[in-house]
Design a protein around this ligand. Structure first.
Ligand code: 9Z3
Length: 323
């Protein structure tokens, strides 16, 4: 061990974060914005939810050509943000750059240029005035009204991440920024976060060469941030993590194990293939299955509506119990 450097085997999760993950240059500035947002909205009587959304990116080279990505479209986080806003929460939306975004997600499959038309000018000539083809953008007036009301009231604070390092440092900053509002803060950790990474010291600088033959990589375990978040950074907050599995037979056991390890308030457990229609909200003493019927799914009812109703009610109860 080099003198002055901590032994990575004995470091806490927080110690590993500061030793092994580069701090993004804008973290303090963003932390200040999040703290001001929390205090201002709490003073106005709102609760504040920090939603994480999208997958993290783990570089394999310092000058990154290749990276390991976690699957997540960001739909769960983006649609949940809309339901939290509807329930009167102010929302900090910590999301992966270019993943789905509240309100605009509803038009993500649409080619913008196909939804616009040039207006006819005098005598049938084409003018440079552009009009919207509302049929190409379902419910656009209603959605635009909701989006503009949220924007005007300043109820949505977007913060972006791409890499795992950015995500981890911004999550810590968010937790510390929300700590002053105590139990009025909720953490809704829907982002798909890598369990593995390559420390900067083990990473090749340049693009890995295929001429060197098949690639073998060894990755380290990412420190679990839920532990310091619950214990140290925001100890009074209402904290929800998500558990994603592909094997349904281990899902509930893993969710309960996470609750027992981190001692937070709830785990939303889901299986990749069925996540749009079935989740289980697991707490230390309850287990609620939330299910969409085929008929509900055909009417575009979203399971996030149910998840958010369940959790906002549990949050109210939590605040009352905290006194
Ligand atoms: C989830 O389980 C989310 O529900 C999904 C949402 C990522 C499946 P989409 O963004 O999908 O709507 O496409 N997120 C948590 C995933 C995760 O990485 N959890 C960790 C784990 O399972 C614990 S925090 O070990």
């Amino acid at each position: 061990m080099i003198l002055g450097m901590a032994d990575p085997r004995t470091l806490t999760a927080e110690g590993k974060l500061s030793e092994e993950f580069a701090v993004p240059s804008h973290v303090e500035e963003v932390k200040g914005q999040m703290a001001a947002f929390a205090v201002q909205h709490r003073a106005a009587g709102h609760r504040v939810v920090l939603i994480t959304s999208g997958g993290t990116k783990v570089p394999l080279e310092s000058r990154t050509v290749r990276f390991l990505d976690n699957f997540s479209s960001g739909r769960r986080g983006a649609s949940s943000a809309e339901y939290f806003l509807e329930s009167g929460y102010a929302v900090i939306f910590l999301h992966r750059h270019r993943s789905l975004y509240p309100f605009t997600r509803l038009y993500s499959g649409i080619n913008l240029l196909d939804s616009l038309q040039l207006e006819s000018g005098k005598g049938g000539s084409v003018s440079d005035q552009v009009v919207v083809n509302q049929q190409a953008l379902p419910n656009i007036a209603k959605i635009l009204m909701r989006y503009q009301a949220v924007k005007k009231a300043g109820l949505l604070l977007p913060v972006e991440f791409s890499t795992l390092s950015e995500y981890l440092h911004l999550l810590k900053a968010a937790a510390q920024a929300l700590s002053p509002i105590g139990s009025n803060a909720m953490f809704y950790l829907a982002a798909a976060v890598s369990d593995f990474y390559i420390p900067a010291s083990d990473m090749p600088e340049h693009k890995i060469q295929s001429s060197n033959g098949p690639l073998q990589i060894s990755m380290k375990m990412v420190p679990k941030m839920l532990s310091p978040l619950v214990k140290d950074w925001a100890p009074q907050a209402f904290v929800i993590s998500f558990k994603l599995e592909t094997d349904p037979s281990i899902l509930l056991d893993r969710a309960r194990r996470a609750l027992a390890t981190y001692r937070h308030q709830a785990v939303v457990a889901n299986v990749l293939d069925t996540r749009r229609g079935y989740v289980v909200v697991v707490t230390p003493d309850t287990q609620a299955e939330l299910v969409l019927t085929d008929e509900e799914a055909s009417r575009d009812v979203e399971i996030e509506d149910r998840i958010v109703s369940n959790l906002t009610a549990a949050h109210s109860q939590f605040i009352t119990q905290q006194g």
